[in-house]
Design a protein around this ligand. Structure first.
Ligand code: NDP
Ligand code: 8X3
Length: 260
């Protein structure tokens, strides 16, 4: 049976690595037409080429910095040269910077986290609502985190940003009710991507310790959940989904196997 998503337009932000890159390949296997954005164009080009090989009907990319209103506007203009409708918007770009307590926090880290995880979602969504409302049954899928639901030490700004993402999603669900646009958030727990390398500013050894002895989620697991949410029938909206590794029962309760 043909996929419900075949030939659908899917826009993914933060498609150059992690969840976004895995999502590009997962939606490609459904035969979608992909519009990919992130700041690293070389990585995007590789992902787009791979997606094409995996079965995408189309996979094109354009530079995107969701922290800049001008970049988001230029990206939307580029989207408009391909299509006037959009079936799936995955607001995935984001991440954490540092693990400082508030007492030691840095303005530049806080500003980046709120610019990408919060304002980036608002900017992209504002630009894409006219495209989504022209395709009833479309889906606006934001990537949140369990960090938006439970706070942890050193996570103030990131937890706050993802909590904002959750409430923005809930507000959009209300605002778009009646348009046929489905709105949901997918909130993963710990997943091994470049997330921790970015958080620890390139310190790979420290990043690896986050996952030591754990079987974390992989980017592919999260991508599969995105495809499932987006491929429900038009009258079915998955509002909020939490996905965690079996080893992570709660944000502070992670099972670690002894390391030799
Ligand atoms: P990665 O670091 O692997 O991917 C982050 C992606 O976001 C990259 O493609 C990066 O691309 C993009 N990005 C970052 N800043 C910007 C920006 N200003 N403009 C455009 N794109 C940007 O991490 P993940 O795949 O893990 O993270 C994806 C999302 O999932 C994030 O929102 C993160 O907060 C969330 N998340 C991650 C979890 C985890 O444990 N890994 C758990 C829960 C949620 P580029 O640098 O090329 O711009
Ligand atoms: C990423 C999950 O627990 O590292 O959003 O904040 S966590």
């Amino acid at each position: 049976m043909a996929s419900r998503l075949a030939n659908k337009w899917v826009l993914i932000t933060g498609a150059s690595s992690g969840f976004g890159a895995a999502a590009a390949l997962a939606f490609a296997r459904e035969g979608c037409k992909l519009l990919l954005g992130a700041r690293r164009s070389d990585r995007l080009a590789d992902v787009a080429a791979h997606a094409q090989r995996e079965g995408a009907s189309l996979a094109v990319h354009h530079p995107l910095d969701v922290s800049q209103t001008g970049s988001v506007a230029a990206f939307a203009e580029w989207v408009g040269t391909h299509t006037s409708t959009l079936d799936v918007l995955v607001n995935n770009a984001g991440g954490a910077l540092g693990i400082d307590t508030v007492a030691e926090g840095k303005d530049e880290d806080w500003e980046t986290m709120f610019q990408t995880n919060v304002l980036g979602v608002l900017r992209m969504t504002r630009q894409m609502i006219p495209f989504l409302t022209k395709a009833p049954g479309s889906m606006l899928l934001n990537v949140g985190s369990i960090a938006g639901r439970v706070a942890y030490e050193g996570g103030s700004a990131y937890c706050g940003a993802k909590a904002a993402e959750l409430q923005i999603t809930r507000a959009l669900r209300l605002e778009l009710c009646g348009t046929g646009v489905r709105v949901g958030t997918l909130d993963p727990g710990m997943a091994e991507t470049e997330f921790s390398i970015v958080r620890f500013k390139g310190d790979v050894e420290r990043a690896n310790k986050v996952y030591a002895g754990v079987n974390p989620l992989l980017a592919e697991d999260v991508a599969e959940a995105m495809v499932w949410m987006a491929s429900r029938p038009p009258h079915v909206c998955i509002d909020e989904m939490i996905i965690k590794a079996t080893d992570q029962a709660a944000i502070h309760k992670v099972y670690r196997r002894p390391q030799s």
